[in-house]
Design a protein around this ligand. Structure first.
Ligand code: BGC
Ligand code: ZN
Length: 379
């Protein structure tokens, strides 16, 4: 295979701690890799990383595709379409796109295009489990997984994927709450002010909720400024606990937990209003154990008809909804969302810097600038 047909990629050896490395032996994909003219070849411009990538590099989960001993990481992609197969209609060369993460298994949910709610225990996710990710110079996929990003939102690039997960989490609550016949949530808490917490804050503000976003750090800090820029109230839990806040402003109708801390996920159960919904979104890779007030929580939840929802991943539809949320957010709170994109890393070669930033844990958002946008050069 000549150099021309190979490309760079950032990968890990699953099961081996701290194995992140750069490869130069990965075959450059072709639109023809996807049958029936449905392939889309994308030049990668940016790839975002999050705690999932850190935990994969910590060997807490993640598997290589069958036949390979490495897994290319990266599941938050942003790129420009270079070539499409003959059957592809909804994207064309020059369009900005992102791609969904999960790929179909065999359950009935996969068969109706809802791999995000597959009932199979084994799931396929690009860059995470059993499928290579996007941290490469190019990637190819079936047009069915490609989502167009409007040119006016290209400055928010890698936020499309985390936004889709936040949009799904909020949507799940609204769908499930139809059980109540009437549900008009006024007060919502979001715990955690990482990217999912802030983007869930946006989704709830877009739905006209009064939102309190809670996180550890005292004000002033960037996350607080972003949350408040989105019209929410930021609360430092070092100053005001979840319980104290609920006493002061009332019990919330909806809580989205995005702390990555399982103890907090359970703490949220103690402050939810009657008929409320609590959505858990954190992937907690560790084995943290703690005591809970089982009987009390059980009693309150039964007497209060409360609902707990786990929400993971996102489907094509949630990407569309998420992109609409970003667009509305830009209109209502101009310039706020791009402040989430704090830590760019220049080039795939700097993968170690990328991982170090993730491990240090103080960066709100780390992403890699993989290539310059060819549209910018044409100007
Ligand atoms: C990703 C999701 C994925 C989940 C579980 C998250 O970091 O953004 O798309 O489903 O991890 O692997
Ligand atoms: Zn993620």
């Amino acid at each position: 295979m000549g150099r021309k047909h190979r490309m760079l990629a950032v990968a890990v050896r699953p099961g081996q701690k701290n194995s992140v490395h750069l490869r130069d032996d990965v075959r450059k994909p072709s639109v023809k890799d996807v049958p029936e003219g449905r392939g889309v070849l994308v030049k990668t411009l940016k790839v975002g990383v999050d705690a999932t990538d850190r935990e994969i590099n910590d060997a807490l989960y993640g598997n290589a595709p069958e036949g390979d001993d490495y897994l290319i990481i990266g599941h938050e992609c942003f790129g420009i379409v270079e070539q499409v197969g003959s059957a592809v209609k909804h994207v064309k060369p020059g369009d900005y796109v992102t791609s969904t993460v999960r790929r179909n298994g065999d359950s009935k949910y996969d068969r109706i295009g809802r791999s995000d709610i597959t009932s199979q225990e084994e799931y396929y996710e690009r860059g995470i489990n059993l499928r290579h990710g996007f941290m490469t110079e190019y990637f190819v996929d079936d047009a069915e997984f490609m989502v167009k990003i409007p040119k006016k939102l290209k400055h928010l690039h890698v936020l499309a994927e985390p936004m889709s997960c936040a949009a799904k989490a909020v949507e799940q609550a609204y769908l499930a709450q139809q059980r109540l016949q009437v549900w008009e949530p006024n007060l919502a808490f979001v715990t955690g002010s990482g990217q999912i917490g802030l983007l869930a804050t946006l989704a709830l503000r877009n739905r006209r909720c009064e939102v309190y976003t809670l996180a550890r750090s005292p004000k002033p800090n960037l996350k607080a400024r972003i949350a408040e820029g989105l019209g929410a109230t930021y609360i430092s839990t070092e100053k005001t606990s979840l319980k104290k806040l609920a006493k002061k402003v009332g019990k919330p109708d909806l809580i989205i937990d995005a702390t990555g801390c399982s103890k907090n996920s359970f703490e949220c159960m103690k402050v939810l209003a009657h008929n409320g919904a609590l959505v858990w979104t954190s992937i907690t890779g560790g084995k943290n154990k703690f005591k809970i007030d089982g009987s009390k929580i059980n009693l309150e939840w039964v007497l209060g008809n409360k609902l707990l929802i786990g929400s993971v991943n996102a489907n094509w539809r949630h990407f569309e909804r998420g992109i609409a949320d970003l667009a509305l957010g830009e209109q209502t709170y101009p310039g706020v969302l791009k402040q989430i994109l704090t830590h760019p890393v220049e080039g795939l070669e700097n993968y170690q810097q990328m991982m170090d930033l993730l491990v240090a844990g103080s960066a709100l958002k780390v992403y890699v600038n993989v290539a310059d946008d060819p549209n910018d050069k044409r100007k």
